[in-house]
Design a protein around this ligand. Structure first.
Ligand code: PBG
Length: 327
């Protein structure tokens, strides 16, 4: 047989492979999720996420200096809240004395260009550990009652200087309520990155340990999406677009690349993907055992998000990726 087609021609040398590459990674593709601690001097490593810390103001500010110097463009902040400040309504979330809001303000003052994304959901503030308000009698998660809190929380964060509001709660209609409130209060440039396709996933375990935010009873299946379903992702994303979302997120990442691809091909908004705590933990554990090469697996996973169609990636590996991409 006479060979005419030889796909290997385009793989024969490094330079031709580079010319043919369809995707690439840049430091500006990454958003670093970071955990804040209410104690200004605290720095605690999260046991199921080696290399990730809950940091109080003093360590966080120092840490950011180095990260920004290494090219970091965006962070996503999550607060650890003192147990005695949690209540059934999540009211500390919009309390003026909330340390998280002060931190946002301070970081924005220090690094005006750094994009600060926040978390909008009740769970870090809720004595029930749910993303919405729980009805005491039925145990149901109350949708519209929760929206009232989400609106106040979003305005408090926008007022503190957040660039991107990140509703991660999956209540119905939240994007509309938040967008309308932001416009009303003249936060017209504050963006919303909706957790549009957020699945009820077991990959969030280490995150809930980090914030001590696991549900006290029940699970999150009445609001987060069923992992068996794909079409609902497009439905949720279209609703969020209609309600005013600027960026649409898929979460988790690697097990849901089909969802990233579906949204990227059917919608014009930028798509983000969240490589979640459990994904981080798995790569870390396998690499600690010497079973995989951490750097190449991290970069390959990140590239797969881009290939699927994501414009940006939330990853706990961001700190390492900044270094990998420089060398
Ligand atoms: C809660 C929230 C969760 C994550 C981000 N925001 C956990 C959950 O929904 O239970 C998970 C992130 C991760 O696992 O890294 N609103």
């Amino acid at each position: 047989m006479k060979q005419l087609k030889r796909p290997r021609r385009l793989r024969n040398s490094k330079f031709i492979r580079e010319l043919c590459a369809e995707n690439s990674l840049r430091v500006s593709d990454f958003i670093y999720p970071m955990f804040c601690h209410f104690d200004i001097d605290a720095k605690e490593e999260i046991s199921s996420m080696p290399g990730q810390f809950r940091q109080g103001r003093n360590h966080l500010i120092k840490d950011l200096k180095e990260l920004v110097a290494n090219g970091l463009h965006a962070i996503c902040l999550f607060p650890l809240v003192e147990e005695n400040l949690k209540d059934s309504q999540g009211s500390y979330s919009f309390n003026e004395a909330n340390y998280y809001l002060d931190l946002i303000k301070e970081i924005k003052d220090l690094y005006p260009e750094l994009l600060i994304m926040t978390d909008v959901a009740l769970d870090p503030y809720s004595s029930d550990g749910h993303d919405g308000i729980v009805d005491k009698k039925s145990g149901k998660i109350l949708n519209d009652e929760s929206l009232i809190v989400l609106e106040k929380m979003s305005l408090a964060q926008a007022n503190a200087g957040a660039d991107i509001i990140g509703p991660s709660d999956m209540m119905d209609g939240r994007i509309r309520v938040i967008r309308e409130a932001l416009e009303r209060e003249n936060f017209i440039d504050t963006m919303i990155m909706s957790y549009s396709a957020k699945y009820a996933s077991s990959y969030y375990g280490p995150f809930r340990e980090a914030l001590n935010s696991a549900p006290k009873s029940g699970d999150k299946k009445t609001y987060q999406m069923d992992p068996r379903n794909l079409k609902v992702a497009l439905k949720e994303a279209r609703l969020d677009v209609a309600e005013g979302a600027d960026i649409l997120m898929v979460k988790p990442g690697l097990p849901y690349l089909d969802v990233v691809s579906l949204l990227a091909r059917n919608l014009t908004q930028p798509i983000s993907v969240y490589q979640v705590s459990g994904e981080y933990a798995m790569i870390k554990a396998a690499s600690e055992k010497g079973w995989i090469d951490e750097e190449s697996v991290v970069l390959e996973s990140a590239m797969s998000f881009k290939r699927a169609g994501a414009s940006m990636i939330l990853s706990y590996f961001t700190r390492d990726i900044l270094k990998y991409l420089q060398s």
